[in-house]
Design a protein around this ligand. Structure first.
Ligand code: SF4
Length: 170
């Protein structure tokens, strides 16, 4: 066997070990939460979740109930080495909605999963007040930010569409 082939085999082996290590590392941290799935594409038929109190809507990829805990789960097809701010706010919307839907349960955190890594997003008063602040801005209490796109699909998926005066899907 030539040296070149040997080196190639060693390289392939090292790559395989690295890939297994990475997938193990990310799946052990925060993959799909354990428990009973109570919401998700396959069982909810696209139903949009809603907070009547704050006029917020959301569509998490999955919600799992485990004992007294309710955990939202969001999957992004992009890569990120840290949670993106907009995605954290999206998780904050889910926290607000789920707290209203399940007043006798606890929503301690959500799981935000990117292609390579998953992150635990804690349900804190800070994240929820940031969501409500932005929702108020969008509704015009403090001036209306200018829409920066022309995509009705974006508005369709947006958690603020019910209160947004610039939504493209009315
Ligand atoms: S509904 Fe559309 S315009 Fe309004 S905040 Fe959402 S994405 Fe932007």
């Amino acid at each position: 066997m030539s040296i070149l082939i040997l080196l190639l085999l060693v390289l392939i082996f090292a790559l395989a070990v690295w890939m297994i290590y990475r997938s193990f590392k990310t799946s052990v941290r925060y993959s799909i939460p354990k428990g009973t799935q109570i919401y998700g594409d396959l069982i909810s038929e696209g139903k949009i979740l809603r907070s009547n109190r704050y006029a917020l809507t959301g569509k998490p990829d999955k919600v799992v109930m485990s004992g007294r805990q309710v955990i939202p789960y969001e999957y992004k097809t992009t890569d990120a080495d840290r949670p993106r701010e907009g995605h954290m706010l999206q998780m904050g919307v889910y926290f607000i909605i789920l707290e209203e839907m399940y007043p006798d349960k606890i929503i301690p955190y959500g799981v935000l999963r990117y292609r390579e890594q998953a992150f635990r997003i804690d349900n804190t008063p800070r994240i929820k007040s940031a969501v409500l602040e932005i929702a108020n801005q969008i509704r015009g209490n403090y001036g209306v930010p200018v829409r920066n796109h022309t995509s009705s699909g974006k508005c369709f998926k947006c958690s603020f569409k019910d209160g947004c005066v610039q939504s493209l899907i009315r």
